[in-house]
Structure formats: C-alpha cells, structure tokens
Ligand binder design. Structure first.
Ligand SMILES: Cc1cc2nc3c(=O)[nH]c(=O)nc-3n(C[C@H](O)[C@H](O)[C@H](O)COP(=O)(O)O)c2cc1C
Length: 363
C-alpha cells in the first residue's frame, strides 16, 4: 500500500510539474495572437516556388537539435579558428582604410578569423602609412595575419637584390607570411599599371625557394584556370586563395578608372574568368589525378563572389583540402563605419554557417 501511495505521489508531482510547465509555456507566449494574425496576413507572401530552391543541399531536419556551439573550431594555417571564414585582402594607405582594417582585425579577434591585408607596397620604402595596416595588436598573437604584395613589385625587388625588404615588411607588420597577388589583366587595364617582365609562376617559384616565410598566392577577382591551379598545387605554398570571378573584379575596376576609348576596346576582357565553383571542381580533380604526394599546398581559401555562408558552407564542404571561405566586398560593406555593424554581420554569417552545418548535407 505504501508503494502505491509513493507512486501516486510521484504521479501527481509529475502532473503538477507538467501543469506548471504548461502554464509557464503559455505565459511565455505573449505574442501568440499577433503571430497567428501575421501568419494569415503573410502566408501568400511566403510562397517559395520550386524553381527557386537551392539544389546544392539535402535538408535533413530530423537528425539534430539546434546547435549550441557556433562555427568551428578548426585548425587552419597553424592556428585555431572559431569559424571557417577569411577576411580577404583589401585596403590601406588612407584614413578610411585604417578604420576599415582596424574594424576587420577587431572582428577577427572577436570571432577568431584569419585576415589578409591589402597591398602593403606603400610600406616597402616608408612607414608613413604603417598605422593603417598595423593590426597585429588588435587581432592578437595567435590568429593568421598575412601581408600582401603584387607579383610585379616582388619581381622588381627580387631582380634588384631586395629580398630583405620583403622580409622586413613581414617583420614590421608582425605578419605570419606574405600573400602574392597575381593580376596581369588588372595591371593591363590600370592606367598606371605595371608590366610583367616574366611569368608570375617563375616569380612565385623563386620566392618559394628564397623567402623564409609562408606564402599564399591569390588572384584579384578573375580566378585561375586549370593549368595555373595545377602549377600552384605542386608548390609548397601555405594556401591558394581563389579570388575567383563572380564578385569584385579588379580588372573591371581599373578599366572604370581609365578612359572611354579603353573601356570600349577592352570591356569584354573583364568578362573572362572562373567562378569559385568551377575552380574548386578543377582543384579537386587535379588533386585526385595527381595523388596526395604530388600536392604540396596545405590549404585553400575559397573566395571571389562568395555571397554568403551558404556558398561558403557548400564550397568548403566540397573541398578535398582543408578550406575556409573568404569575402572582401561582403566585409567592406559593413566595415566602413561603427564596429557594431560589422560585428552583427559577422555574427550573422557564423550563425547561418552553423545552421547550415547542422541541418544541410551537401548533395
Ligand atoms: C576595396 C578592395 C581593395 C582590394 N585590394 C586588394 C589588394 O590590395 N590586394 C589583393 O590581393 N586583393 C585586393 N582586393 C581583392 C580582394 O581580395 C578579392 O580577391 C576580390 O575583391 C574578390 O572578392 P569579393 O568578390 O568577395 O569582393 C581588393 C578588394 C576590394 C573590394
């Protein structure tokens, strides 16, 4: 009999508990009436036609609860990142550029992301603009930070015996290494553009042999074709950054800075290039064909025209090498004013990435 009453007591306690919880739930739903009314109002605006569906993913709603941990962590370029996101090389050398770089570095520190600086050419011979680029203090000691130079300047420095100037540049920025940007079409469109005396590949090979720091190679918004990717994959680079076509295109930007005649003649040249999806397809194919021992590159930064975390999640999941996704203009839009705007943007990217990782499987 005592056991019966014990069970009865437990049962009524559970009922009380359920009742309290139910009460609590109803208490916690003060917007129920307005929400139901929104549903009726907005149902017709909420049609997503079948042809608008994103077919890159299987949606698997059954297999996980909502995620508690955001983003990563993951190891990339010998650092622990909080999410697979890279701030692609942008700007420096003006007051606004200083604000942008320091905002970006602050976001990298807060969310544990990696960052490439914009071209640091101005710092090779003078420290006048050092402050605009000098973000190591802000980003902290243990996140990837890379200096950046164009392949044309690098060739000029190598051919005039000034390798040490590039080592000194990386030192004064307390950077982990150097990004080489390869931009023949940009230089050709730029009114004050440089002429390449030899192939970028031979400049990169010389740097790999002589420079003492890790090297990343990138384009500036038109990407690389399969032969260029194959050559890069066989060099001991820290990473290849795609800087693919489909977003900001620096050849086009320079063409806009030139005159109307040049724009008329060369307009179509800026429409060539390769998207990140296309480049990743080639990269994976080359890795499979050549086999692991031939592949010397350690990481990929998949960038250029990456619209958001869905693109980033899809491409990084597909990559056969450890990969992060990079954005330039996406960050730039939010980095020019108060830090709060950028903080919200990055937080949203990480939240979106985390949801994608939890509920989406790449097809
Ligand atoms: C304002 C701005 C300045 C840039 N400056 C550089 C640069 O100095 N060096 C470089 O390698 N790439 C530079 N880029 C190119 C970006 O790193 C990136 O490859 C390109 O913008 C494509 O990415 P997106 O489509 O996400 O903008 C710059 C991009 C922007 C938007």
């Amino acid at each position: 009999m005592e056991a019966f009453w014990e069970l009865y007591r437990l049962g009524t306690a559970a009922l009380d508990n359920n009742y309290c919880m139910a009460k609590q739930f109803s208490d916690q739903d003060p917007t129920a009436v307005s929400r139901k009314s929104d549903h009726i109002e907005m149902a017709f605006q909420s049609q997503v036609p079948a042809q608008a569906l994103d077919n890159r993913f299987y949606y698997e709603p059954l297999l996980s609860g909502h995620p508690n941990v955001k983003g990563g962590p993951l190891h990339f370029l010998n650092c622990r990142l909080g999410a697979p996101i890279w701030v692609s090389s942008m700007t420096g050398g003006t007051a606004l550029a200083g604000t942008i770089n320091h905002n970006l570095a602050r976001a990298c520190a807060e969310f544990r992301l990696g960052m490439g600086l914009g071209s640091c050419r101005q710092l090779l011979f003078s420290d006048e603009h050092l402050e605009d680029f000098d973000v190591r203090e802000t980003i902290g000691p243990d996140l990837p930070l890379y200096a950046n130079l164009g392949v044309a300047q690098i060739d000029q420095l190598l051919s005039t015996g000034q390798l040490d100037r590039m080592e000194a540049l990386v030192d004064k920025l307390r950077a982990d290494g150097l990004i080489i940007h390869v931009n023949p079409l940009q230089e050709a469109m730029q009114p004050e553009g440089d002429h390449f005396a030899r192939s970028p590949l031979s400049v990169i090979e010389e740097m790999v042999a002589r420079f003492s720091r890790p090297i990343i190679v990138k384009e500036v918004g038109q990407g690389f074709g399969p032969e260029s990717i194959k050559a890069l994959l066989q060099l001991p680079l820290a990473a290849i950054e795609f800087a693919a076509a489909g977003g900001t295109n620096f050849a086009k930007l320079e063409l806009l800075r030139s005159d109307a005649v040049k724009q008329e003649i060369f307009g179509k040249l800026v429409t060539v290039g390769h998207t990140a999806t296309q480049m990743l397809g080639w990269t994976n194919q080359i890795i499979e064909t050549l086999g692991a021992p031939e592949i010397k590159v350690r990481h990929l930064i998949i960038s250029g025209g990456i619209q958001d975390f869905l693109d980033g999640y899809y491409l990084t999941e597909k990559a056969l090498l450890p990969a992060v996704y990079g954005q330039a203009s996406g960050f730039l839009k939010h980095a020019r004013g108060d830090y709060d705007m950028l903080q919200q943007y990055v937080q949203a990217q990480i939240d979106g990435y985390t949801l994608a990782k939890t509920f989406l499987k790449v097809v």
